[in-house]
Design a protein around this ligand. Structure first.
Ligand code: 3BY
Ligand code: FES
Ligand code: FE
Length: 425
């Protein structure tokens, strides 16, 4: 049992540059605080617009005990509501995805329009004011087709900075004209922070991801070539000059490619376009495009991979022919859902333009390999011998950036509650 003052002590004594203490990965009370302070107060990535392409299309998202309903209106805008009827609280939409006219509660038929206004409630009498019983709204923001929600009353305003920086990177890939080719839901046996930490480095890639065609050095940009042996340092220099050449070429075609790092923002994020190995076209086994129909207005298949990483819960890879997005949601202290969505051009036909196995193979395999690493990290972190270990400043700077961001959020929370004179207990 961890009281709030126990957690506060753990937060304040966290050593920079090292993994977190064991309770951060296992304590139910810390998970409760993560849900309250991280997942309920920050912008979290939950879906992509092609999951709800037409007016009336609806997608539900479960964030711990909160169910949220996303709905595309006739004006093509996406709205988000708490998925709870204002009569006696029945859950309104139970499926992950469906298409509706109005939102009708099946319990007693209360009916809401696309703006969440209650428009029909029988037998409630003349004095009943429907206008006081509309659905509760949730903040929603689509950034070039990636849907973020925020459950807080006041959502962090710096989502606009993320939108301003990211839209030019993402827009050329034209998510609006994509369709969902495949979705996978993988439950990892580890704390959500271990899932995120694992994603923020490629130190483990060489030994664990034989299928992944992202060059190893791509994820350790903080390295110093001096640290590497001669062979490695030659490879690294060659790679850096290839990155430079590709960036110049891509930027000349209107594709922003340079690294942009905003990881210490409240809505923290980072992006970069990276060359891929061999044919350099896509995240496939043969490194060539998986789909013949290129996205947007692209005519060149060799556009590398644009990656976009967000705090606290997502990462995304954009290629010339397809997009893969990942959303991470905690299910328990040692259980985490990773939802992966593959997008292709909406006019790409399965078996003609792309083969689903080929499209999904690399990330299906990589996800399973990562899940296994997360499982081992979870088990090890609960052993008596575990103590926070050092991150490599060369290959794990973004793991540190994630933990630093996380600890800062909890630290700010404790500082605010203390200032307000609210006792920690
Ligand atoms: O998914 C990722 O983005 C990280 C970096 C490359 C491989 N890895 C699992
Ligand atoms: Fe929804 Fe009664 S609970 S109509
Ligand atoms: Fe991995």
């Amino acid at each position: 049992m961890h009281s709030l003052s126990d957690i506060q002590k753990l937060v304040s004594r966290r050593q920079k540059g090292k993994s977190l203490e064991a309770p951060f990965y296992s304590s139910p009370e810390i998970l409760d605080l993560d849900i309250k302070e991280i997942f309920s107060k920050h912008w979290i990535f939950v879906a992509v617009e092609p999951e709800l392409p037409e007016p009336g299309d609806c997608v539900t998202v479960e964030v711990d005990k909160t169910s949220v309903l996303l709905l595309r209106g006739d004006d093509m805008e996406i709205r988000a509501f708490h998925n709870v009827c204002r009569h006696r609280g029945a859950k309104l939409i139970d499926e992950r995805a469906t298409t509706i006219g109005n939102i009708v509660c099946r319990y007693h038929g209360w009916t809401y329009n696309e703006d969440g206004d209650l428009i029909l409630a029988e037998h409630m009498g003349a004095g009943f004011d429907k206008s006081c019983h509309g659905l509760k709204t949730v903040h929603v923001r689509s950034i070039a087709g990636l849907i973020f929600i925020c459950l807080a009353k006041d959502a962090p305003a710096d989502i606009e900075e993320m939108a301003r920086v990211m839209e030019p990177y993402l827009a050329p890939h034209d998510i609006a004209n994509c369709k969902v080719a495949h979705t996978s839901e993988l439950i990892e046996e580890g704390n959500w922070k271990l899932t995120m930490e694992n994603n923020r480095e490629c130190y483990h890639c060489d030994g664990n991801h034989p299928q992944l065609t992202v060059p190893l050095s791509a994820f350790g940009f903080g390295f110093s070539p001096d640290e590497m042996d001669q062979r490695r340092s030659e490879e690294v220099n060659k790679y850096l000059s290839a990155v430079h050449t590709d960036h110049t070429r891509w930027e000349a075609c209107g594709l922003p490619s340079a690294e942009s790092d905003h990881l210490s923002n409240i809505t923290g994020f980072r992006t970069m376009r990276l060359p891929l190995m061999r044919a350099g076209e896509s995240h496939t086994l043969d490194t060539k495009v998986a789909s013949k129909k290129l996205l947007g207005q692209f005519t060149d298949a060799k556009l590398g991979g644009l990656s976009f990483w967000t705090h606290p819960n997502s990462w995304h890879h954009f290629m010339s022919d397809h997009i893969v997005t990942f959303s991470v949601l905690p299910l328990g202290p040692d259980k985490t859902l990773v939802r992966t969505t593959w997008l292709v051009h909406k006019n790409a036909h399965e078996n003609e333009d792309y083969n689903l196995d080929n499209l999904t193979h690399v990330w299906n395999m990589t996800n399973v390999q990562d899940a296994e690493l997360v499982r081992l990290a979870q088990i090890g972190s609960q052993q008596p011998a575990y103590e926070p270990g050092p991150y490599s400043t060369f290959t794990e700077p973004h793991v540190e950036a994630f933990c630093d961001w996380y600890i800062k959020r909890l630290d700010d929370h404790f500082a605010t509650t203390q200032k307000a004179g609210i006792a920690a207990e």
